[in-house]
Design a binder for this molecule. Structure first.
Ligand code: IDP
Ligand code: MG
Length: 138
């Protein structure tokens, strides 16, 4: 059954004009982009999004980076979308990511790792509704 997940093309990728390439990559993997918006997150919006990492040592740096420039937020739909999008992205640290994954091919480093994907079905629901209303998902 088709399901949805949440994705971000992070500021490092948008800045390097990789938006189109990443969207093509998603579509070539038979995931549909059912919502898409370019935005520039405030620090507070980034903190709310990454609230689960509030106590982590990298929280300040991460939320500073995520609010440092425009990103693209998206909802992806397809068979097993949440797990598949994580597989297509690759491991958090691009040095550990498999060949042929987005992070292996495009990421700058552990923090500037180009893309975000929800880590569970529950996170996907929360993250989608943090950025999009149901009416914007088509
Ligand atoms: P994920 O994006 O693969 O789900 P998380 O552990 O949820 O990885 O971390 C969220 C984001 O925080 C990562 O994508 C990366 O940008 C950043 N990050 C994770 N761990 C570190 C770290 O140890 N140092 C700096 N940044 C980190
Ligand atoms: Mg995560």
């Amino acid at each position: 059954m088709a399901s949805r997940t949440f994705a971000i093309i992070k500021p490092d990728a948008v800045e390097r004009s990789l938006t189109g390439r990443i969207i093509s990559w998603i579509e070539s993997e038979k995931l549909k982009v059912v919502a898409l918006r370019r935005m520039h997150m405030t620090k507070a919006e980034a903190e709310g999004f990454y609230i689960e990492h509030k106590e982590r040592p990298f929280f300040e740096s991460l939320t500073g980076y995520m609010s440092s420039g425009p990103c693209c937020v998206a909802v992806l739909e397809g068979e097993n979308a949440q797990e598949r999008w994580r597989d297509i992205m690759g491991a958090t640290n691009p040095n550990d990511a498999n060949e042929g994954t987005i992070r292996k091919e495009l990421a700058v480093g552990l923090e500037k790792n180009s893309v975000h994907g929800s880590d569970s079905e529950d996170s996907a629901k929360r993250e989608i509704s943090y950025f999009f209303s149901e009416l914007e998902i088509v």
